[in-house]
Design a protein around this ligand. Structure first.
Ligand SMILES: C[S@@+](CC[C@H](N)C(=O)[O-])C[C@H]1O[C@@H](n2cnc3c(N)ncnc32)[C@H](O)[C@@H]1O
Length: 308
């Protein structure tokens, strides 16, 4: 397990080097794909830029590719918030190995992210769709696998779940990674020590843009209520240390780091990045083997494998 996880950590650090905390949580994601293969026809709801799925399915990127060269970081201020990755100029991507499995449909509500996803080529079809609009534009009993790690950023969780059930073939599998009220617990705890202004910097609008967290028992009730059989449920992350790192991380200064890096010559940027990635690899490697301490009822992110 360890070697495989170390490889993943290195892969995600190479990609998200200026956001190492993001690399750490991505390392823990998608473990479930080992036992639950994606079967066609398949759907990824809220696929975003598709890089997670591409790397997850064995794709590799050229060393020269740098994720942070295509952002709107210059326009970001904590006082005038924008999504710096919702950027029209898609990146100059070079793929060294294609993904082994292609997903039939990827949907997301941001066209700019889908433009990036089109370049990685892990989806056969891409469509703009807001998950608040149900039904989704697919037939009943159509998909063998529906995956999402961010489907539930919606107002009505139950309607979306009913719709996922509707679109799934009998015998099909839905793999849903969902959040709970404990995802931003680090911030709640820090509120004891930090004023609102400091919390806002750490929060970076996550409380507002990521609604819809439910507790384990509540998620279970919704899934069962819609007809799903529960095959597996587990915590996506092993211990609160992972969440504490993710909740603080380099996020507060990432727009500045991105701008600083853009001033470097390509050679300097490459050399600094290598040393940078090495440091975070040493820091995070021991965390890959921390024991599972989160019980389901307190886990910040849950992975549900559901059957119709
Ligand atoms: C944390 S990202 C994850 C993206 C991708 N699944 C991944 O693993 O990299 C969350 C995604 O959800 C999308 N999203 C948020 N709310 C949405 C909604 N109501 N309808 C469709 N997509 C939504 C965002 O545009 C973003 O791409």
């Amino acid at each position: 397990v360890e070697k495989h996880m170390e490889k993943r950590l290195k892969m995600f650090l190479d990609l998200f080097w200026l956001r190492p905390e993001k690399a750490l949580i991505f390392t823990f994601r998608g473990k479930t794909f080992k036992e639950n293969k994606i079967l066609s026809p398949s759907l990824d709801i809220s696929c975003g830029d598709g890089l997670f799925m591409f790397l997850q399915q064995g794709g590799t990127l050229d060393k020269k590719f740098d994720y942070f060269k295509s952002t709107n970081a210059k326009k970001f201020k904590h006082s005038s918030f924008i999504d710096i990755y919702n950027f029209d100029k898609a990146y100059d991507l070079k793929i060294t190995k294609k993904a082994a499995v292609k997903i039939d449909y990827g949907i997301d509500w941001k066209q700019s992210l889908l433009d990036k996803a089109a370049k990685v080529g892990v989806y056969k079809n891409l469509m703009v769709h807001d998950n608040n609009d149900v039904p989704l534009p697919f037939e009943d009993n159509y998909f063998k696998t529906i995956y999402s790690n961010s489907a539930y950023w919606v107002k009505d969780v139950k309607s979306l779940t009913e719709d996922i059930y509707r679109m799934l073939k009998p015998g099909g599998t839905a793999i849903l990674e969902v959040k709970t009220p404990y995802l931003l617990k680090t911030l709640d705890q820090m509120e004891k020590f930090l004023p609102g202004e400091a919390i806002a910097i750490l929060n970076r609008k996550r409380r507002e843009t990521m609604p819809g967290g439910l507790k384990y028992e509540e998620w279970k009730k919704i899934f069962k209520g819609c007809g799903f059989k529960l095959k597996e449920a587990r915590s996506a992350y092993p211990d609160k240390i992972v969440m504490d790192i993710w909740n603080v991380g380099l996020r507060p200064i990432s727009h500045l780091l991105i701008q600083m890096a853009s001033e470097l010559s390509p050679q300097k940027r490459k050399a600094l990045k290598e040393e940078w990635v090495d440091i975070f690899f040493k820091l995070f490697k021991p965390i890959l083997s921390v024991k599972q301490t989160y019980p389901l009822k307190r886990a910040p992110y849950l992975v549900f494998v559901l059957k119709k």
